[in-house]
Design a protein around this ligand. Structure first.
Ligand SMILES: Nc1ncnc2c1ncn2[C@@H]1O[C@H](COP(=O)(O)OP(=O)(O)OP(=O)(O)O)[C@@H](O)[C@H]1O
Length: 299
């Protein structure tokens, strides 16, 4: 759906984006990741036509992005911006109308969303007297009210307690199931694990990693295994490197790197000593991949 080619953006001699190219697969949830200052917000602002790039192009459905595409998009910025002196419903109606909704339809959708996010009793309250989390919900509604096909969410969970964060997560998944393409920019890697099928990692203004989460995990695997046993294992004579050993409720957990030994040989050997309660290949977490990919590409 969205394709970005050779995007470059400079601010007073500082290059915030350097020839960044990637694709956002239609109908996916894409994690836009990167350390502080990597260039994510600059990129998001270009996608939302707040900034013009110095070089490069953004394509939507194979053609150049144009002004009217703003109606196809919903953007939840990191720095929230509601009119504090307006009442909730009044404000959502105003923002919905700006995005092209007719009054009647806008009111129906506002009622639907306020109920859905369990804040319908606040519809006639001034925004300034709402809690931070409630204001966040209003801003989330303002982002999705016009049923955008592309939704860009910058740190959508910040300010939410765990219950409300879960509620927003479910709504993101539901919007995805209904066909929206979602770009999620976040520093919370556990959210990336839970929600994203695809990631783009920026570091120091460059794209350093892009692809399906499953492929990236495959690529970063290191032939390591997790083995749990009810009692301690004697490793003498078994060609493995024990990288980590921890006590767990039901016994011991070992992280192993296999040398000159297959998994079945290892299991045969260990099973003759102890009862094995768990054995699996260790798949790196997004947190580990993030750290590795950024450190590897450090200038
Ligand atoms: N309007 C601006 N004027 C000057 N410099 C800017 C401007 N916007 C961004 N920059 C610079 O561009 C670089 C990238 O910033 P950007 O906000 O895009 O990073 P980010 O990845 O969103 O960071 P964070 O995770 O901290 O929000 C930074 O060095 C920042 O100081």
């Amino acid at each position: 759906m969205i394709e970005v080619k050779g995007l470059t953006k400079c601010f007073q001699g500082h290059t915030a984006l350097n020839q960044v190219t990637f694709k956002v697969p239609s109908g996916s949830i894409v994690g836009l990741l990167g350390p502080n200052g990597a260039g994510k917000t600059s990129l998001i602002r270009i996608l939302n036509q707040i900034y013009l790039p110095d070089e490069g192009e953004v394509y939507i459905d194979g053609r150049n992005l144009k002004k009217e595409d703003a109606f196809l998009m919903g953007y939840l910025p990191e720095e929230r911006g509601l009119y504090r002196k307006m009442k909730v419903k009044e404000q959502l109606l105003y923002l919905g109308r700006l995005k092209g909704l007719q009054q009647k339809e806008a009111l129906q959708r506002i009622a639907f969303w306020l109920k859905r996010l369990k804040i319908e009793q606040w519809e006639n309250t001034y925004v300034e007297s709402l809690s931070k989390g409630m204001q966040q919900k209003i801003q989330f509604i303002a982002t999705v009210l016009h049923q955008p096909r592309l939704i860009v969410l910058d740190e959508p969970f910040s300010g939410f307690d765990p219950i409300n964060a879960e509620m927003i997560k479910k709504e993101i998944l539901r919007l995805h199931q209904e066909g929206a393409t979602i770009i999620l920019s976040t520093h919370r890697m556990e959210s990336v694990e839970e929600l994203c099928q695809y990631v783009v990692l920026l570091h120091q203004s460059n794209k350093v990693l892009e692809g399906e989460v499953s492929h990236i995990k495959e690529q970063f695997k290191e032939n390591q295994y997790l083995l749990e046993s009810k009692t301690p294992i004697r490793w003498e004579g078994i060609p493995v490197k024990v990288l980590k050993e921890v006590d767990i409720v039901t016994g011991k957990q070992y992280t192993l790197s296999l040398e000159e030994v297959s998994t079945s040989e290892l299991l045969l050997n260990v099973a003759s000593q102890v009862e094995i309660t768990r054995f699996e290949e260790r798949i790196p977490s997004m947190q580990e991949i993030f750290m590795k990919a950024t450190l590897f590409n450090e200038e």
